[in-house]
Design a protein around this ligand. Structure first.
Ligand code: PLP
Length: 453
């Protein structure tokens, strides 16, 4: 029998889990969050890789208030707004020269942006007279959002399997293996080429029906900061280009400075046809996502039917766009992308020392997107029994010690495999990071002991 629901029964709010009680957050400042009981927490997870600029930056809320006073909302079927126009131009410039002449489509978050990108890819091919292309190839062990379309193309079994009967057609879309070197299926022998070959094979197997290849440049929550071996993304990009398959980079977690570059694809000098953004674009100050499309993608529609068959009521919501704009200006002024790179190195150095813990099998990541994978046995890389919820135990012990981390399970095979994702705001100091990781080390030891009991 499942344990009886506790405190959240008294609440009218539908919670994430009925088996947990959530402290009430009341205030945020810098890399810290306070709850109603005056406990403070260091945000080593950036909520969920959302916050890069820190909490409580007054100029962002001021920009939102200014916009709200002037104009709270108009519908994008009737009006454009100055703040959306200006921010779109700034976002295009931030995405780099390959996106010159492209367009930006603003949504309310990452899942909506993924849905938008999938539909954009489909319409792109139809407009060009290739209506047979509808399959979106993606990778196992990926996450692209919570809506049904995003679930259908995602590869996280824990978040996906329940809903698969509702996404029948997409069930047959091919998913290739992610390059995951700690558990490399090719023992890291020429693995960049062999993983990329899997993409070529999936495209060939689609018999001309492949519309796009969707991927996370560095894996977010599902694998916990796994980065591809050199040469992989470059090859995948060339394969897709040759096959006329659109390359869609899901940068909801990795974009807007998180990895120490404007976008993570820049680490591998790859320019996707479509970039998908969320989270960091407004650092959590407002629900905002975006799809950034290169010129040729946009022109297929502009010069074809002339209208994208898609839209949400809250496209380019003025308050969200005002928040995003203020966040980007703030990031520029404070040089936060460069700081994310520097603090990412500092975080990596601290995390490396965790390898001394009996349960820490791997430490990985890029910039301020880092992962720690736990194993029951380092030699064999045997994961813990998922029932033991090792990552969850670490996260709870860390929270008791005033440090927030993002625990996940499933990295080894979709079900087993415990890991943490760490993604603090770039404004965190070296001292704060060192202290937080020291507390994390104690939390890991506590979880190890509790599992042995
Ligand atoms: N894509 C990736 C890579 C993500 O990490 C997420 C969320 O974690 C999403 C898409 C979905 O974004 P949202 O939760 O804002 O809808």
């Amino acid at each position: 029998m499942p344990p009886r629901p506790r405190k959240s029964q008294a609440s009218a709010l539908f919670p994430r889990s009925f088996r947990k009680t959530f402290p009430q957050a009341v205030r945020g400042r810098g890399a810290w969050i306070w709850d109603a009981g005056r406990r403070k927490y260091f945000d080593l997870a950036g909520s969920a890789a959302v916050n890069l600029i820190g909490h409580g930056v007054a100029e962002i809320s001021s920009a939102m208030v200014r916009q709200a006073r002037q104009l709270e909302f108009v519908h994008s079927s009737q009006f454009t707004t100055r703040c959306a126009e200006e921010f779109a131009a700034e976002v295009l410039a931030f995405a780099g020269p390959k996106f010159r002449g492209g367009r930006v489509y603003f949504t309310c978050g990452g899942s909506e942006a993924v849905e938008t990108a999938l539909k954009l890819a489909r319409q792109f091919h139809v407009e060009r007279g290739e209506a047979q292309r509808f399959r979106v190839l993606s990778r196992k062990q990926s996450y692209h959002g919570a809506t049904l379309g995003a679930i259908a193309v995602g590869g996280n079994p824990r978040r996906r399997d329940l809903y698969l009967p509702m996404t029948r057609r997409a069930e047959s879309f091919e998913q290739v293996n992610p390059p995951y070197c700690y558990r490399c299926r090719y023992a890291c022998k020429d693995c960049a080429r062999r993983y990329a070959d899997e993409v070529a094979e999936a495209i060939a197997a689609s018999r001309g029906q492949a519309a796009a290849f969707l991927f996370e440049p560095a894996s977010g929550a599902t694998l916990g900061g796994v980065t591809p071996p050199r040469g992989y993304l470059e090859r995948v990009a060339a394969i897709c280009r040759r096959a006329g398959v659109l390359l869609i980079a899901d940068e909801v977690m990795t974009g807007f400075g998180r990895t120490g570059r404007n976008f993570a694809v820049e680490h591998w000098k790859v320019a996707p046809d479509i970039l998908v953004c969320g989270k960091g674009i407004a650092s959590g100050y407002a629900p905002l996502g975006a799809v950034i499309a290169q010129r040729h993608v946009v022109e297929a529609i502009a010069r074809g039917s002339g209208a994208f068959m898609h839209g949400f009521t809250y496209n380019a919501h003025p308050l969200a766009v005002a928040a995003g704009r203020a966040v980007l200006q703030h990031m520029r002024r404070r040089k936060l992308v460069a700081r994310a790179a520097a603090m990412g190195e500092a975080l990596a150095e601290e995390l490396e020392a965790l390898r001394q813990c009996a349960s820490v099998g791997d430490v990985r990541g890029v910039g301020l997107l880092r992962g720690v994978e736990f194993v029951a046995d380092k030699e064999s890389k045997q994961p813990f029994d998922p029932e033991g919820n090792f990552a969850g135990r670490v996260a709870e012990a860390a929270a008791r010690r005033g440090v927030l981390v993002y625990p996940m399970q499933g990295c080894a095979d979709g079900r087993a495999g415990d890991h943490l994702l760490l993604a603090p705001p770039a404004i965190a100091t070296k001292k704060e990071i060192a202290r937080a990781v020291a507390q994390l080390r104690h939390a890991i030891k506590e979880a190890e002991t509790s599992l042995l009991r």
